[in-house]
Design a binder for this molecule. Sequence first.
Ligand SMILES: Nc1ncnc2c1ncn2[C@@H]1O[C@H](COP(=O)(O)OP(=O)(O)OP(=O)(O)O)[C@@H](O)[C@H]1O
Ligand SMILES: [Mg+2]
Length: 383
Amino acid sequence: MGVEKKFTIDYSFWSFDQFDTEEDGYLRPIDDKYADQEIVFNNVGKEILDNAWDGYHCCLFAYGQTGSGKSYSMVGYGANKGIVPISCNEIFKRINENTDPNVSFEVSLSMIEIYNEKIQDLFCPANESPPQGLKLRENKTLGFYCENKKNYVVTSYEDISRRMEQGNENRTIGSTLMNANSSRAHTIITIEFAQITLTNGKKSEKRSNINLVDLAGSERASSTGAKGDRLKEGCNINKSLLTLGNVINVLADKALGKSKNILPPYRESNLTKILMNALGGNSKTVMICALSPAAINYEETLSTLRYADRAKKIQNKAVVNESATDKMIRMLREENLDLKKMIEDLNSKLSGGVKISDDEKERFHELTDQYAANNKMMCEMGK
Ligand SMILES: Nc1ncnc2c1ncn2[C@@H]1O[C@H](COP(=O)(O)OP(=O)(O)OP(=O)(O)O)[C@@H](O)[C@H]1O
Ligand SMILES: [Mg+2]
C-alpha cells in the first residue's frame, strides 16, 4: 500500500455518500458527486440501446466482489431500479414513439442462471426444472444455445416487468457475511429485439440480442466466511469466473498481437460458452466493475481493476445483423427518404410560383430519376 496505481476507464461513478433517501426509498443525489441509477443508465444503458437499435448484438456484464453493487447496478432494489428494468422501459418507450407504419418491432425475453455449472431456466420453477438443468448445444450458425429455453414474446413494459419478477423469484440467492442478498449464481437475461421493415411488400429484418449478465461475486472464499455447501458453491462460481478471466486474458493478448496460436478456453465453462459471442465475437460489450471503497477490500478492488484493464483491450468485430439483401434494401430505402424530401422541397418551390434555375430543374429531374431507379431496384431485390 501507499503506492499509487493508475487505471484508465470510460466512466466512474461514486455511490458511497452524498445522497438523500426519498420516501419511496429512492436514493437521490444531494450534489453532483453521487451517481444515482438514472445517471448510470444515461451514461451506460442508453448507448447499449442505441447499438441494439442499429442492429448490433450487445452485452453488458457486471463484475466485482460480493456486496460491491453488481445486482444493484444491473437489476436494482425497490425504487432504485437498475439498468435492466430502466432499459426495458426505454425499449417500449422508443417503440411507442415510432411513427413509420412500415416498421414494426418484436421483443422477446429469456432468463437463465448458471448455478454450480448447471443451467436453470428462471421461467421454470425449481421443482419443475430438469434435474440436470438445460442442455447446451452448439451449431455452426447460432454457436452455443440452451435447448428448450423458454423465450416469451413481450409487448409492453408491464409484460416484461411481470416476467422478470417471475424470473427473479426463481433466482438462487443466499447470504454471506458480506451481502445478505448475495447472488450465488450467474444470471443472464437475454432480450431478443427485431425491427421489421416492410418495403414494397417485402419484409426485411434487423436483429439484436441484448445479453445482460449479473455475475456472482468474484471474491476469494476466505473473506466471505463461506463453509460447506456455500464453499463448494464458491468453487463452482469461481470455475466460471476463472475461465472467464482466462478467456479475457487470451483475447486481450490476441488484441496485442500475442498468443497467436492459443485458442481462448471458452469450452471450459458454461458461462464462457454462452458468452462466447459477447466476449470475442460479434457483439458490442460493456463491462461494469463494481468496487468497494473500504481499505479492507484493497486486494479485491485491485484485482477487479486489473481484470477490467485486460478486458478493455479486447477488440470485438460487431456487425449489423441483417442479410446482405436486407441491408441493401434498407440503405436504398433510407436514400429514398432523403431524395423524397429534396424532391418535395423543389416541388413546393415550383407550386408556390418560385422561379427555379435551369440547374435546379436539371437537379429535379436527376432526383426523380434516381428515386424511381432506387424503387425499381428495391422491387427487384424484394423478388
Ligand atoms: N450504488 C449503490 N448505492 C447504494 N447502495 C448500494 C449501491 N450498490 C450496492 N448497494 C447496496 O449494497 C448491498 C449489496 O449490493 P449487491 O447485492 O448489488 O451486491 P453484489 O455485487 O450483487 O453482490 P453478490 O456478488 O454477493 O451478489 C445491497 O444492499 C445494495 O442495496
Ligand atoms: Mg448480486
